[in-house]
Write a protein that binds this ligand. Structure first.
Ligand SMILES: Nc1ncnc2c1ncn2[C@@H]1O[C@H](COP(=O)(O)OP(=O)(O)O)[C@@H](O)[C@H]1O
Ligand SMILES: [Mg+2]
Length: 223
């Protein structure tokens, strides 16, 4: 379903003027409904690869295909369809929410951005799925916990009925007990929605618990 083909990415380090290679010849495929873990140490290129796959960052060379379509350079409607299909859950979910807006408004916006009509029942169903009370929607991001924000981000993503979630260390900023709740939730969601996951982590046990297979990245290369 999503395929990376010979992805290279380098950056020039501003302070030293040296070119550093962040990704070297990355090629892999994730099949529909498959959960794949991406494991590697800090600085190995996991987030860079995630951002390239999400079209948030361009690559120097190589191609990315989604459902058979080369999306490496698509724009306009095709890019919008891609963005709806592939949702991102980040390590710092609060950065996705406008601090001046209630959580309810942020969810509403998800429909507007993608030209979809507002569907309150769908929001209710997704809140149930992530075990959140609808009262929370009146609140602002600073009035809820980190775990609740991550659940809202999941609701926002799931409203769009994506095919793939790219999750970049989604629980690393949370307390241990909340981490466990979110991880169980992610497992349940996947079972119910038959979603594909690219789950970035540096926890081997967790990778094996949640995912069908594990990819290892070292210094920008998949092993
Ligand atoms: N914008 C940037 N400018 C310079 N170096 C960067 C930039 N983004 C990432 N890097 C470097 O690229 C490497 C990979 O980063 P990243 O993909 O964030 O790693 P990971 O997510 O695996 O910890 C790191 O050495 C990081 O310092
Ligand atoms: Mg990272």
């Amino acid at each position: 379903m999503m395929k990376a083909e010979n992805i290279f990415k380098s950056l020039v380090d501003r302070s030293s003027g040296k070119t550093c290679e962040l990704l070297h010849d990355v090629s892999r495929e994730i099949k529909a409904g498959e959960a794949v873990a991406l494991m590697g140490g800090s600085g190995s290129g996991k987030s860079t690869l995630a951002r390239i796959l999400l079209r948030l960052l361009s690559c120097d060379s190589g191609k990315i295909y989604f459902q058979g379509q080369d999306i490496t350079k698509v724009t306009g409607k095709d890019l919008s369809v891609f963005r709806r299909n592939v949702q991102f859950i980040s390590q710092r979910p609060e950065s996705f929410l406008d601090p001046r807006q209630t959580l309810g408004c942020s969810l509403k916006e998800a429909f507007t951005v993608f030209n979809l009509s507002y569907d309150e029942d769908k929001i209710k169903a997704m809140l149930d799925l992530v075990k959140l009370n609808a009262e929370l929607l009146q609140r602002y991001p600073h009035q809820v916990s980190g775990g609740e924000i991550q659940r809202i981000c999941l609701v926002r993503a799931l409203l769009l009925e994506p095919k793939l979630l790219i999750l970049d260390e989604p629980t690393s900023m949370l307390d241990i007990s909340v981490q466990a709740q979110i991880l169980h939730l992610l497992r349940d969601i996947r079972e119910e929605k038959h979603l594909a996951y690219l789950f970035i982590t540096h926890d081997k046990q967790l990778a094996e618990w949640l995912c069908d297979r594990v990819l290892h990245i070292e210094q920008g290369q998949l092993k």
